[in-house]
Design a protein around this ligand. Structure first.
Ligand code: UDP
Length: 471
C-alpha cells in the first residue's frame, strides 16, 4: 500500500549525504542496493546548496533510480565562503543540518519509520539528532579501509604528538596495519578537524566502508582481531564494496562516439576527479608529454586551478567552454584524431568500461580507484589532495598503477609523462599491471555476489534491520 509515494509494507532506511560527487555517488549506490537487492524503501536526504551540476543530474530525473528511492532535498542555505573545500563542505552541512530535526520528525511519522540512518563522515553532526529521534545510525566511510584505520587511530596519534604532526618521524605505525608515510598525510589528512568525527564513533551502530575483504585484508583483519581496535568502544566495520556508479546511460556523448572508433586497448583516459585541477605549468607539460608519447588519449582538461588542486569541486559538470588558451599553441590541432579533450566532464564509468580504454591517469580519489578496478583498467597514479597520496602508494604496491616522478618544483615533466603513458599502453609492465587489475576485477565481482564477502555483509544487515535487531 502506498502513502505519499511511500510503501507502508516495505522496511524503510534513511540515507544522508554531504555535497560532492565523491560522497553522493557511493551513498546513492548503497541506497539502490538496499532497494533493489534487499527490498527496502529509502529516503535519500541530499544537501544541494552549492551542489555541482553533475551532482544534481545524479539526483534529479536519473533514470537509473528505482521508484522506492525517494530523494528529499534539504532546503537551500545561504553560504558564501572562501575557505578550503573541506571547511566549506562542513559549513554547508552544519547550516543544512539545523533543519534535520524537523525532517527526521517528519520521516518518523511515516509508516513505517526508518530502521536506520546512514550518513557520510561530513554529516557526523547528524548522529546526535538521529539518536534524539531514536533512529539507529551508521556511518559510511567512502574511502579505503586503511584510511578508516588511520581515522580510528587518529585520537591516539594526536594525543601522542600533542597535535604537532610535524613531530611524526617518517611513518605512522597503525596497529596491525601497514605503516603509512607521513609525507602522504600532510597537510590534508592529519588535521584536528577530524577529531569530532572520531569522538562520535561510539555513537554509531556500524561503519560501512567501500572496500572488500580480498582488496584490503590487512586493515579489515586488524579491526576484527588486533587488541587496539578490539578494545576500543567501537562499532563493527562492514566492508560492503566496491559500490560504484552504473555505466552512464542516455548520454549523447561525442566522447563515446569517438572511443567507438578507436582500436581495442589503445586509449589512455585522464581525469582528476570531480574537483581536481592542475597548475598552468603542469597542464602544459602534460599536454606535451601526451603528444610526445604518440598514443591515443581522452583528457578531461579543466582550466588550470587558481584555487589549488581542488579548485573546481563546486563547479564540476558545469558549462565551461573549452578554450585552447591553457594548452600549448597548436596542441589541439596537432593531436586531432589521436586525442580528444573536454574541459568539463566525462561519463567516467562508460569511458572506463569501453573496450578501447587501456589506462587511467587518475588523481586516485577512492571512487575513481574503485571504478578503475571494477572495469579492469590499470592506472597512472597522480594524486592531488586529501588522502589521494596514500591511495596512490597502495595502488603502486599492489602492482596495478605506476606513479610518475615529479621534478624539483613538483611538476611532472613531459618526458616522464611520455614514459608512463607508453609504459601503460605498450610496455611489458603495463601488461602485467593489467593482468593484476583484472584479477582484482574478478574478486570484486565475487565479493559483491550473494555468496561474496560484501554481498553477504549487506544481506546480513538487511536481515537485522528487517527483524529489528540492529547491531
Ligand atoms: N567523475 C565523472 N566524470 C568526470 C570526473 C569525475 O563521472 O569527468 C566521477 C567519477 O566517476 C567518480 C566521481 O566523479 O565517481 C569522483 O569521485 P572520486 O572519489 O574519484 O574523487 P573526488 O571527486 O571525490 O575527488
Amino acid at each position: 500500500m502506498a502513502v505519499d509515494g511511500k510503501d507502508t509494507q516495505k522496511p524503510h532506511v534513511a540515507v544522508l549525504s554531504s555535497p560532492g560527487m565523491g560522497h553522493v555517488t557511493p551513498l546513492l549506490e548503497l541506497a539502490k542496493r538496499l532497494v533493489v537487492d534487499l527490498g527496502f524503501q529509502v529516503s535519500f536526504l541530499a544537501i544541494t546548496t552549492d551542489a555541482p551540476p553533475a551532482q544534481l543530474q545524479l539526483l534529479n530525473n536519473n533514470p537509473t533510480l528505482p521508484s522506492d528511492l525517494h530523494v528529499i532535498h534539504l532546503p537551500h542555505v545561504d553560504m558564501s565562503s572562501n575557505d578550503s573545500i573541506a571547511i566549506r563542505i562542513l559549513q554547508i552541512v552544519r547550516e543544512s543540518l539545523r533543519l534535520l530535526p524537523s525532517v527526521l520528525t517528519n520521516l518518523n511519522s511515516h509508516k513505517p519509520p526508518p530502521k536506520a540512518l546512514i550518513v557520510d563522515p561530513f554529516c557526523a553532526e547528524a548522529l546526535e539528532t538521529a539518536s534524539d529521534h531514536s533512529i539507529p545510525t551508521y556511518l559510511f566511510l567512502t574511502a579505503s579501509a586503511s584510511f578508516l584505520a588511520l581515522t580510528i587511530y587518529f585520537p591516539t596519534l594526536h594525543a601522542e604528538v600533542k597535535g604537532d604532526y610535524g613531530k611524526i618521524k617518517e611513518r605512522v605505525f597503525l596497529p596491525g596495519c601497514m605503516p603509512l608515510w607521513v609525507d602522504d598525510l600532510l597537510p590534508d589528512v592529519l588535521v584536528p578537524e577530524v577529531l569530532p568525527l572520531c569522538n562520535r564513533f561510539p555513537l554509531v551502530k556500524g561503519i560501512f566502508v567501500n572496500t572488500w575483504e580480498e582488496l584490503e585484508p590487512v586493515p579489515l583483519c586488524a579491526f576484527k582481531n588486533h587488541p587496539f581496535f578490539v578494545n576500543l568502544p567501537m562499532p563493527t566495520v562492514h566492508p560492503i564494496g566496491p559500490l560504484t556508479k552504473d555505466k552512464e546511460v542516455d548520454v549523447e556523448s561525442e566522447l563515446l562516439t569517438w572511443l567507438d572508433k578507436q582500436p581495442c586497448d589503445s586509449v589512455v583516459y585522464l581525469s582528476f576527479g570531480s574537483g581536481g585541477t592542475l597548475s598552468a605549468e603542469q597542464m602544459v607539460e602534460l599536454a606535451h608529454g601526451l603528444e610526445l608519447s604518440g598514443k591515443r588519449f581522452l583528457w578531461v582538461a579543466r582550466p588550470p586551478g587558481a584555487d589549488g588542486a581542488s579548485g573546481s569541486f563546486f563547479e564540476v559538470g558545469g558549462d565551461v567552454s573549452l578554450t585552447a588558451s591553457y594548452l600549448p599553441d597548436g596542441f589541439l590541432e596537432r593531436t586531432r584524431g589521436a586525442g580528444l579533450v573536454t574541459a568539463t566532464w566525462a561519463p567516467q564509468v562508460a569511458v572506463l568500461s569501453h573496450p578501447s580504454v587501456c589506462g587511467f591517469v587518475t588523481h586516485c580519489g577512492w571512487n575513481s580507484v574503485m571504478e578503475s578496478v571494477v572495469h579492469g583498467v590499470e592506472m597512472v597514479a597522480w594524486p592531488l589532495y586529501a588522502e589521494q597520496k596514500m591511495n596512490a602508494r597502495a595502488l603502486v604496491e599492489m602492482g596495478v598503477a605506476v606513479r610518475p616522478e615529479a621534478g624539483e618544483e613538483g611538476v611532472v615533466g613531459r618526458a616522464e609523462v611520455e614514459r608512463v603513458v607508453r609504459l601503460v599502453v605498450e610496455g611489458e609492465e603495463g601488461k602485467e599491471m593489467r593482468g593484476r587489475v583484472r584479477k582484482m576485477q574478478q574478486s570484486a565481482v565475487e565479493a559483491l555476489g550473494g555468496g561474496g564477502s560484501s554481498g553477504g555483509c549487506l544481506s546480513r544487515l538487511g536481515k537485522e534491520w528487517r527483524d529489528g535487531s540492529t547491531g
